[in-house]
Design a protein around this ligand. Structure first.
Ligand SMILES: *Cc1c(COP(=O)(O)O)cnc(C)c1O
Length: 954
């Protein structure tokens, strides 16, 4: 017997991430007639692009090892005390919100609430967010979040352009008191649209007749609180609309923008409990007047009723969603910041109006006391009125004061060589104020007496702008102030919803795969959470190491030469990508290239983005197999050859097929002077098998919240990095805090930096082999479902080999004709079986698109197929008259628990309604509402918590 043990180094994570076991894999392969995964992928991937993958990554690490490696990297970040402000403030995330919401898969693994019946919990949380924003800003309609303050400002600019009556003007006024990063993003977004952003001091503004709109900051970035009433009247006098970027905490004490005439309010909800995270993700907000509600960018939660007449929530005006408006869209925003909006809304629910006001008063008082003391030690405060931010005229001492602060691990805001800034926040203490006085005093100088100053210091808010209207009177903000109550409220809401922690979410194009706990854990490490995005670079070397490695990993996965991590959603990646193409053409003197070819099957963000980038969309046809019609594409590329800028194409196609002509398609575009944008939302079919950067793409975005394991969060956060070939690298988004300073597309240099560790962990644990296996299993799972369901529902498109890529489209249109049953009915009936519906009617109306991902086990796939087959049998019963045409389990789905008690008037049984398969008795999901009436809600649009009276009646 040997006395040597072999060390078992097998990486268990790959098998944890991938659902099917080895025996299942064999069984599924057999169903499809293949003997290995390699043989299957060899058959699916077209010969012309086979072997283009360059995925050259080391073997995966175990969960423990990867966490240890990342902890070591994170440890290089230095955690200073920040007084930088400028839109980012320290905050205490209430522990029950951290644990029961931010770290809770019931909240973070949920999908966007397109299926309202299984989303009532998060819809309620978002309605609370809208109510919070509407209350604090004094404007009646608020949306359910935007990506960040700077992009919200850009949305406000184009909103003003559309709605202003000053139609001839191309000039937008932006106050020099706005945050600098906001001004930078405004400039980026204005240029392709031919808008000129005029930045100046509004206090020195003469004639305003030449503007269609204006952006003001309240309080100003440097701390001043200005009264804008007279100025806004002047703007209105010349038909300009006015947007105000406002600080939510300050609004608890100050007159809200809606009460001094603003047409729009925008800003960030970060300081309501969301960690700094080196810049994001955070929820931005947008609110406006009632008259403009139908032009609002982003998603809006509204109140409606269900089939039984009970109150039910849903996304309002969904038919208005940008992806339906395509090239007529006015914004490309899709994924927003739902999880972060929910944190902010719960922060307000937990603290309530008194709590928030107390926090704001405390911050203001400490700022005022500090200001009085710092004057005593000889520094002049520039502001007459302020809330939490001061500018100090530090003169020749400025550099020295910054150096002293750094030595004490304190960051002050860098303004210029003669002045510096400070912002206080919820975490600022009396001790911290005293320490700052000591920092600013000369050695040996007597320090101010805190207690004496506290007794003599008054409010420094302008009397004329003190808030008089009440805030947050709604019961939801006044009920859950004990931890027990809040914990139960969060549990109650989560229990209403179906997220990945209950069952598979088979959404085509959205890749709802596992978000592993080991990937999520680093997100809430202080080493990643507590960094200010504008802190000196020497403090973020851990972030630098992590993002450098991640960029290299993503280059390896895509075959591109450079990656920008800045875009904070797929839509923003598309935008950054088209800007890079535009700048590349211009750098070669090709100033007229503005035609963007887009196949008719494209996701709606593509045409929406093209128009935002100032391009003209030319739609190209698809053939009967769902593939790009190459001859039509060639004809249009040649027709526009002098003006061709780009093709935007999704690969594998949105029809779920690896088109064989992709290389030829790319060549046609290149031959006619265009660049190829490959939408990488379907990258989950390709990683390790083929690489867009190697088969013709010049630029692609990835959705890290699809392919690379960042959870959807109920509709955000997301990350949409772009990869580019070397010739486009000089045109990647820059930032004032980066080497290239121009072309910022969002507020922070690394966008939603604090969730990048999720993707780093995923790639590190899977390694090259694991990632390739994931793609192969995603393809196997999709083909297995297609094969099992094809005799029940026709699979609309396959490749010439009869196989699909990583998703498949089931055609339900024939069933509508034979039975009257629609995709909606099937989608809602799936809820009775405990499933989230597949993607409905995209990219083809009347179809369902299913993407199982590699993470679902064979048992779960079979459970889903069983449900779909049982539903087909029910449809057959309608077809042959066994079930009534109208009063049947499909038309009445989903069924609630409440409708089971009392009179049962349907011609089918209660059992068939709620336990159509026996296994459901164990662990049944009960939808809290019946089918939601969308039309009613759109006719009677209510977008804030219903009135207190309606609660009392209920
Ligand atoms: C999801 C998706 C997008 C948009 O991404 P967001 O992150 O939601 O902005 C674009 N194209 C396709 C094909 C997608 O599936």
């Amino acid at each position: 017997m040997s006395d040597r043990f072999e060390l078992d180094t097998a990486n268990e994570f790959i098998a944890r991430h991938i659902g099917p076991r080895a025996a299942d894999e064999q069984a599924m392969l057999q169903t499809l007639g293949f003997d290995s995964l390699e043989a299957l992928s060899a058959s699916v991937i077209p010969d012309s692009i086979k072997g283009t993958s360059v995925l050259d990554l080391p073997a995966g690490q175990s969960e423990a090892d990867a966490l240890a490696s990342l902890k070591a990297i994170a440890g290089r970040n230095q955690l200073f005390t920040h007084y930088i402000g400028q839109g980012y403030y320290n905050t205490h995330t209430p522990a029950p919100i951290l644990r029961n919401l931010l770290e809770n898969p019931a909240w973070y693994t949920a999908y966007t609430p397109y299926q309202p019946e299984i989303s009532q919990g998060r819809l309620e949380a978002l309605l609370n967010f809208q109510t919070l924003i509407s209350d604090l800003t004094g404007l009646p309609i608020a949306n359910a979040s935007l990506l960040d303050e700077a992009t919200a400002a850009a949305e406000a600019m184009t909103f003003c352009k559309r709605l202003s009556k000053n139609k001839g003007s191309q000039h937008f006024f932006a106050s020099s008191h706005c945050h600098p990063q906001t001004l930078d993003v405004l400039r980026t977004r204005a240029e392709p649209l031919g808008i000129t952003v005029v930045v100046a001091d509004e206090n020195e503004l003469g004639d305003v007749s030449d503007y269609f709109g204006a952006l003001l900051q309240y309080p100003a970035s440097n701390g001043d609180v200005f009264d804008y009433r007279e100025l806004i009247e002047r703007f209105h006098g010349s038909n300009a609309l006015v947007a105000v970027a406002a600080d939510l905490l300050a609004l608890t004490l100050l007159t809200p923008p809606g009460e001094f005439g603003a047409d729009v309010a925008i800003g960030t909800a970060q300081r309501f409990g969301v960690p700094l995270g080196f810049g994001g993700p955070h929820a931005a907000y947008f609110s406006t007047r009632d008259a403009f509600k139908r032009d609002m960018p982003g998603r809006l939660v509204g109140v409606s009723v269900d089939r039984h007449g009970e109150q039910a929530l849903r996304l309002a005006m969904q038919t208005r969603e940008q992806h339906i408006r395509r090239e007529k869209a006015t914004s490309n925003i899709c994924t927003a910041q739902v999880l972060l909006a929910n944190i902010a809304s719960m922060y307000a629910v937990y603290h309530g109006p008194q709590g928030l006001t107390r926090i704001a008063n405390r911050v203001h008082r400490l700022t005022a006391i500090f200001a009085a003391g710092v004057a005593q030690v000889g520094l002049e405060v520039e502001q007459a009125f302020f809330f939490d931010t001061l500018t100090l005229a530090s003169g020749p001492r400025t550099a020295d004061l910054h150096a002293r602060a750094q030595a004490q691990q304190i960051n002050l805001r860098v303004i210029d060589s003669q002045r510096l800034g400070l912002s206080f926040d919820e975490t600022t203490t009396v001790e911290a104020v005293k320490a700052l006085w000591a920092l600013f005093a000369d050695d040996g100088q007597t320090l101010p007496d805190f207690d004496a100053l506290a007794a003599s210091t008054h409010s420094r808010l302008p009397h004329s702008l003190l808030r008089e209207s009440a805030i947050l009177e709604h019961p939801v903000f006044n009920r859950y102030h004990s931890e027990t109550e809040l914990m139960r409220y969060l549990r109650k809401l989560a229990d209403k919803d179906l997220a990945l922690d209950r069952s598979m979410i088979p959404l085509g194009s959205c890749t709802m795969k596992l978000n592993a706990a080991s990937e999520m854990i680093p997100v809430t490490w202080a080493e990643f959470g507590s960094l200010h995005p504008f802190a000196p670079a020497s403090q973020s070397t851990g972030y630098k190491a992590m993002t450098d490695e991640l960029q290299a990993m993503l280059c390896a996965a895509t075959g591109y030469d450079a990656v920008s991590l800045q875009p904070n959603a797929g839509s923003q990646g598309e935008y950054a990508g088209l800007l890079a193409i535009r700048a590349y053409h211009q750098s070669r003197g090709d100033n007229d290239r503005d035609v963007c070819l887009i196949p008719s099957s494209a996701h709606g963000t593509n045409p929406a983005t093209a128009q935002m980038a100032g391009m003209r969309v030319v739609v190209t046809a698809c053939d009967a197999r769902g593939n790009v019609d190459i001859e039509d594409l060639r004809a249009k590329a040649e027709e526009h050859r002098d003006r061709l800028a780009a093709l935007m194409i999704t690969y594998p196609s949105t029809h779920g097929v690896f088109e064989e002509g992709i290389r030829e398609i790319c060549a046609i575009v290149h031959d006619n002077g265009g660049q190829v944008y490959i939408d990488g939302a379907n990258m989950n079919a390709m990683v390790g098998l083929c690489a867009p950067g190697k088969f013709g793409g010049d630029v692609s975005h990835l959705n890290l919240h699809k392919t690379f394991c960042i959870p959807h969060g109920g509709g955000g956060p997301g990350v949409g990095p772009i990869g580019v070939k070397a010739h486009l690298a000089p045109f990647l988004p820059g930032h004032a805090h980066m080497e290239r300073q121009e072309g910022a597309v969002c507020a922070a240099p690394f966008g939603s930096a604090s969730i990048l560790p999720i993707t780093w962990m995923y790639i590190r644990m899977m390694g090259g082999e694991g990632l390739k296996r994931a793609s192969q299993m995603a393809i196997l799972n999709a083909n297995y479902i297609a094969r099992r369901l094809e005799e029940h529902y026709p699979v609309l498109y396959t490749g010439s080999n009869g196989l699909v890529a990583h998703e498949c489209i089931l055609d339900l249109r024939p069933l509508k004709d034979s039975s009257g049953i629609t995709v909606d009915d099937v989608a809602k009936r799936l809820i009775d079986f405990g499933f989230h519906a597949p993607t409905m009617s995209f990219p083809v109306a009347g179809t369902l698109m299913i993407e199982p991902t590699e993470s679902e086990s064979k048992e779960e796939l079979d459970r889903f197929c069983t449900a779909m087959i049982a539903i087909r049998e029910e449809i057959r019963a309608v077809e042959n008259g066994t079930l009534d045409k109208e009063d049947n389990p499909l038309k009445n789905a989903p069924h609630t628990a409440a409708e089971l008690v009392g009179q049962w008037n349907h011609p089918y049984s209660r059992e068939q309604a709620v336990y159509p398969v026996a296994s459901l008795v164990d662990g049944k999901y009960w939808p809290p509402v019946g089918r939601v009436d969308n039309v009613y809600g759109d006719r009677n649009l209510v977008c804030a918590c219903p009135s207190i009276e309606s609660y009392q009646q209920a």
